[in-house]
Design a protein around this ligand. Structure first.
Ligand code: SF4
Length: 230
């Protein structure tokens, strides 16, 4: 039988205090350090990469992305290509039929020059709203673009961050990913800690707090975790 951690009863959940967030951040930092990742200033590449990352691993995502870049050279050429050619280029990434249509629809919905550099300085809410208005783009993708491209204030909540954050009591059990979990994660994240909390919760989810078999006995956060397995 698959072991599962105890869930935090919904009625028992309370919004975490800044002190508790600080303590969890410190503990995670002790385990994984402070991630260093300079903003790459390529929001369009991040947008496409995030579409390609759906339901696959990082390696297959990267192979699909590189094939796309090699075959077409620039994003305008991807936009103008027949969808079958995009499909063929990204086939190793899985779900190539859906993803090729999504990528093309996004590129076609953008202004002709495909320039998103205005998002570097614009109010973050404005940039987020523009991204979320694109076909199939939700809060997680928008947050990836804003945070990784320009170090803007947003926090992507992926499957690892939402699972670990919920077990640790940071996020409300049963909350919808978009927008509640994203709004909640943003509200509890201290300014300047967006990348750190995202990356360290994700690392903890990959290394210890697994979806099916969380290693609670070996977990350094065990004493602080209301979702630990008995
Ligand atoms: S104790 Fe650690 S591994 Fe277990 S549920 Fe909590 S964070 Fe996850």
């Amino acid at each position: 039988m698959v072991a599962r951690p105890a869930t935090v009863p919904r009625a028992a959940w309370r919004r975490p205090s800044p002190r508790r967030v600080r303590a969890l951040r410190e503990r995670l930092r002790g385990l994984y350090g402070v991630p260093v990742m300079a903003p790459h200033e390529d929001p369009l590449a991040e947008l496409v990469l995030t579409v390609l990352s759906q339901s696959t691993n990082d390696r297959n995502r990267d192979v699909a992305f590189l094939r796309l870049r090699e075959r077409f050279g620039d994003w305008a050429a991807v936009r103008d290509a027949p969808v079958a050619e995009i499909e063929d280029a990204i086939r190793p990434g899985g779900l190539h039929v859906q993803k090729s249509r999504r990528i093309k629809a996004i590129l076609e919905a953008l202004p002709d020059d495909l320039d998103l550099a205005w998002m570097r300085e614009a109010p973050v809410e404005e940039a987020r709203a523009a991204l979320c208005a694109l076909p199939g783009v939700g809060r997680k993708t928008a947050a990836c673009v804003l945070l990784f491209s320009y170090a803007r204030r947003d926090v992507p909540v992926d499957t690892h961050v939402s699972r670990v954050g919920t077990r640790l009591g940071l996020l409300r059990p049963g909350a919808a990913l978009d927008p509640e979990l994203h709004d909640a994660m943003l509200a509890l994240t201290p300014r300047g800690a967006e990348l750190e909390l995202h990356v360290n919760l994700l690392r903890h989810g990959r290394r210890t707090c697994h979806a099916q078999r969380p290693a609670c006995r070996a977990c350094a956060l065990r004493r602080m975790c209301p979702g630990r397995q008995a």
